[in-house]
Design a protein around this ligand. Structure first.
Ligand code: NAD
Length: 457
């Protein structure tokens, strides 16, 4: 049985695992015709899909809020990003899929793009539609057919999304297959699948990479977790830094791959920054995710709440904010938690798993660094296996450039929260945070193979 994370008295329908073989047969069949359509024809279809989703934005956003507990304002923002993704991807497809020629080659030539076949997109719960949708649209524009396996935590809203899309696309071109890890494995293991785009945790990403490892012809794009650090230098606008950092800790209740979970502050401003941050965190109060005023929804599940409770039980940490999981919020039982901010000493980081492991909850550890020394800051930022995002709050552009070039992350920010990832830019991680940057702009590059033609007349 499943319940709404913001109100455990509301039971949610579960959906049975789908038939993988049937979906693959349909997908392969549909590919024969879809791959032969022109880009303009495929764009027409996808624009119809955009209209479909546009007229159901509110229903889909409420579905996300109810099913995964993401506050309604954030869920509506997710839907806006989903809608915007169509035209951004069309622009990318028009420029990338155009044939190119090389004038310095011996014969007239062209480089054209061949679609790969059946693609599988496996999505996480936290952006249940948007993150999968970017890959889905890119694959479809390039002439592939797609099977989407959503997170079981968002199965109903993703089914609605899938039904709306499928209604205006030719039969079999886009399908949703429900299920958990086993269904995901059955899909990625199947030799009929030519490309996989996965967004989720490192453990699941590794299992997928292993499943695909024996087939060198299968493409695998992975968008995984993060343990993102913000750095506050002594010249920073502390009020702005505190506001942005509080937001990056609490958005989606800390369940974003790019949430801030580590904070490195130069010692001369540490106590002032922490005071301001504690005040800002008080604005994030657990409340019903379906209420448009809510800033902090519940965590997605009981096990996520248990992970949070274990994280804050660590005795080596000096906690600076009220902690815990309120039994009831506005008279409802749910997986609600309070944002947690704690300080540690630099010598503790090597032994503290909370400094290194993704908790996926609003929990942030602060460590102080000596003023004006670059190397300790760089070492602290790079001291985890993740490499997704990192930010620096400062007025010194030169120092930002010097530091950020040596951060082993895919995205760096000056005076912005680590959660700031507009769809108009590429996005993705280094190290164990992933490969091929499927999360942002330009994923179209990984949806085709190049074919080079040379003609001797
Ligand atoms: P998860 O790994 O538990 O599940 C993600 C999806 O993978 C689900 O659909 C799940 O059913 C499926 N799955 C799980 N095990 C599988 C397996 N062995 N084979 C095939 N499929 C499998 O992740 P989650 O809890 O839904 O999402 C949270 C994680 O996603 C966090 O680690 C977060 O950082 C990451 N994430 C990363 C990004 C990014 O852009 N880098 C964005 C969002 C989320």
């Amino acid at each position: 049985m499943r319940f709404s994370p913001g109100d455990l008295s509301i039971e949610l329908p579960t959906l049975p695992a789908g038939n993988v073989d049937h979906a693959l047969v349909e997908s392969q069949q549909a590919y024969m015709t879809w791959s032969q359509t022109s880009l303009d024809q495929r764009i027409d279809h996808l624009r119809q899909a955009r209209h479909q989703l546009e007229s159901h934005q509110e229903e889909l956003a409420s579905g996300i809020a109810l099913e995964v507990g993401k506050p309604l304002t954030e869920s509506l923002a997710e839907l806006s990003a989903v809608i915007a993704k169509f035209e951004l991807s069309i622009q990318d497809a028009r420029s990338y899929l155009t044939e190119k020629t090389f004038s310095d080659a011996p014969h007239p030539n062209r480089v054209r793009h061949r679609s790969r076949g059946v693609a599988v997109v496996i999505g996480p719960f936290n952006f249940p539609i948007h993150l999968a949708h970017g890959a889905i649209v890119a694959y479809l524009l390039a002439g592939n057919t797609v099977i989407f396996k959503p997170s079981p935590f968002a199965c109903n809203v993703c089914q609605t999304y899938g039904d709306l899309m499928a209604e205006v696309l030719p039969e079999g071109v886009f399908q949703v297959v429900q299920g958990g890890a086993e269904t995901g494995q059955a899909l990625v293991n199947d030799p009929r699948v030519r490309s996989v785009c996965f967004t989720g945790s490192i453990a699941s990403g590794q299992a997928i990479a292993r499943a695909c490892a024996n087939d060198i012809t299968k493409d695998v794009a992975l968008e995984l977790g993060g343990k993102n650090a913000s750095v506050v230098l002594s010249d920073a606008d502390l009020d702005q830094a505190a506001g942005d950092i509080a937001q990056a800790i609490c958005l989606t209740t800390g369940q974003r791959c790019n949430s801030t979970s580590r904070l490195i502050v130069e010692s001369s401003v540490a106590s002032e920054l922490i005071d301001r941050l504690r005040v800002r965190l008080q604005h994030f109060v657990p409340a019903n995710p379906l209420d448009p005023q809510t800033t902090l929804g519940p965590l997605v599940s009981e096990s996520a709440k248990i992970r949070y409770l274990q994280a804050i039980s660590g005795s080596q940490i000096d906690w600076l904010t009220p902690l815990g999981a309120p039994e009831q919020v506005q008279g409802k039982r749910g997986h609600y938690v309070l944002p947690a901010l704690g300080t540690i000493r630099p010598e503790q980081i090597s032994e503290l798993s909370l400094w290194k492991d993704e908790i996926f909850a609003p929990v942030c550890l602060v460590v102080t660094a000596s003023d004006s020394e670059d190397q300790p800051i760089i070492d602290l930022v790079n001291s985890t296996a993740f490499g997704l995002t990192a930010g620096v709050f400062t007025k010194d552009l030169d120092r930002f450039e010097r530091l950020s070039r040596r951060f082993d992350v895919g995205n760096v920010y000056m005076n912005l929260p680590t959660t700031f990832s507009p769809s108009t830019l590429p996005f993705g991680g280094l190290k164990n945070s992933g490969n091929r940057h499927p999360g942002g702009r330009g994923f179209i590059r990984f949806t085709t193979d190049e074919q080079v033609t040379q003609i001797r007349a």
